[in-house]
Ligand binder design. Structure first.
Ligand code: IMP
Length: 426
């Protein structure tokens, strides 16, 4: 069995949930390695929709072991709500099937308050965060003052860390941002109230991955967000607070970097983005609205309408390099039906020159003009196609041209939200 990493190759929301769900059928162990409940994976099975924010999408398959690695930041209340919601649907979420590393950092109520307070204070330069406390939690991790899941076994340590954190954060919240301060006792009581259930999920993720390797079982590493939201390689500062590239699958789960056999980038057949930040191929016209409506492009986590635009091959080429992608899964191809023509951005014009790579200076991507190639559109309903050769000629041409522009094979094509609406190319 092979170890596969799945990452979003654009700005998130590429439909990773469905592909992870599909590939989970071939892996017994699935691990999330970064981000938190800023992610939202929507999976549709037999007409029933499930939205997951924290728990790996592989949970919907029987006999999988789903793990939350050290690189994740976890909101304890949200995690337990998600566990209860899945249990309510009859899904086994017992600790035999679901585990988290004790090294996971916990998102505290003051992280969420700070996230919202800072966004409210930023006048014209809002990042458009999900407001889930992700950034402030990673800040505390880097500042070495964070609470880790394992701490909840030690109430005195929790009280001491929360008290110390609030000495600083309540000054910021009250005096700088004019927000309500956070009560230390109530915060600790709430967290310690969650402790027995959280503790039941603790596991040594590194050990479990090591055992999977020894037993020859494939592991699926489930990325969240997208490459261009990466804190280092993304469109800084309009990024999330973790490394979203495939390399973080190793650091965020506790496995060596040579462990991966396959790295699949998930890319939509067009492009979307939520929140602020440069987006060269964004369409503010009827075509963009058509994609949003037909593709149901509203955030699974925040419900915000997503910005929509043409597929950007420059962005995808960067993803291939930054992640060492072995192949691409192209999703939501059916959404492009009935558009009179299809466009692919193959390069940019920047300061009077044609460039075929992403500029690296802050703000430069906002100043580029896309260079498009135009291909014929298609009117046929492709949502029932499960074989590549049965797709209309214009659709096959579009897929092949994207492959040429990007430089890796498109191995999976999704033509609808159901598990069955998928083309796997050999
Ligand atoms: P944060 O991750 O909540 O700090 O938000 C930072 C930026 O990343 C914002 O533009 C968010 O909209 C974006 N973002 C975070 N998570 C996701 C995701 O799962 N999909 C798409 N965008 C995301």
């Amino acid at each position: 069995m092979s170890n596969t990493v799945i990452i979003g190759a654009q700005w998130g929301d590429e439909g990773k949930g469905k592909i992870v769900d599909m590939l989970s059928a071939q892996s017994r162990v699935i691990v999330r390695f970064h981000g938190g409940n800023n992610a939202g994976h929507t999976i549709k099975v037999n007409g029933q929709e499930t939205v997951l924010h924290l728990i790996p999408s592989g949970i919907l398959h029987d006999n999988t072991l789903c793990l939350i690695g050290n690189g994740v930041v976890l909101d304890p209340g949200t995690f337990l709500e998600e566990v209860d919601a899945l249990a309510g649907k009859g899904i086994d979420v017992s600790p035999a099937r679901l585990g988290m590393s004790k090294k996971v950092h916990l998102i505290m109520p003051y992280h969420k308050s700070l996230d919202k307070a800072r966004e409210a204070k930023r006048a014209s330069n809002k990042i458009g965060t999900t407001g889930r406390g992700i950034g402030p939690c990673y800040e505390d991790k880097a500042a070495r003052v964070g609470l880790r899941a394992g701490d909840v076994s030690n109430p005195a340590l929790v009280r001491e860390k929360v008290r110390r954190a609030l000495l600083e954060k309540n000054i910021l919240l009250r005096d700088l941002y004019k927000f309500d301060p956070v009560d230390a006792e109530a915060t600790c009581d709430e967290l310690l109230g969650f402790a027995p259930r959280l503790i039941s999920y603790f596991t040594d993720v590194e050990q479990r991955l090591h055992e999977a390797a020894e037993e020859g079982e494939g592991v699926l590493f489930e990325g969240a967000q997208g490459v261009h939201l990466d804190i280092d390689h993304g469109t800084y500062p309009f990024v999330t607070s973790s490394n979203t590239v495939a390399g973080s699958a190793a650091t965020g789960s506790g496995i060596g970097p040579c462990a991966f056999d396959r790295i699949v980038g998930i890319a939509k057949a067009y492009t979307t983005r939520v929140g602020a930040g440069p987006f060269p191929t964004e369409l503010l016209d009827d075509t963009g609205s058509y994609m949003r409506a037909k593709g149901a492009e509203f955030g699974a986590t925040t419900g915000r309408p997503r910005r929509c635009g043409w597929l950007d091959a420059v962005v995808l080429r960067a993803s291939v390099r930054l992640n060492g992608l072995t192949d691409i899964a192209l999703t939501k191809l059916d959404v492009l039906q009935n558009l009179p023509e299809l466009r692919i951005c193959v390069a940019y014009m920047f300061e009077g020159r044609r460039i075929d790579k992403l500029p690296q200076e802050e703000g430069a991507l906002a100043a580029v003009e896309p260079v498009y190639e135009t291909l014929p559109g298609f009117e046929e309903d492709i949502s029932g196609c499960t074989v590549f050769d049965v797709l209309p000629e214009s659709v096959r041409k579009y897929v092949r041209r994207v492959e040429e522009c990007v430089g890796v094979k498109i191995s999976i094509i999704s033509v609808g939200p159901e598990r069955t609406q998928t083309i796997v190319r050999s």
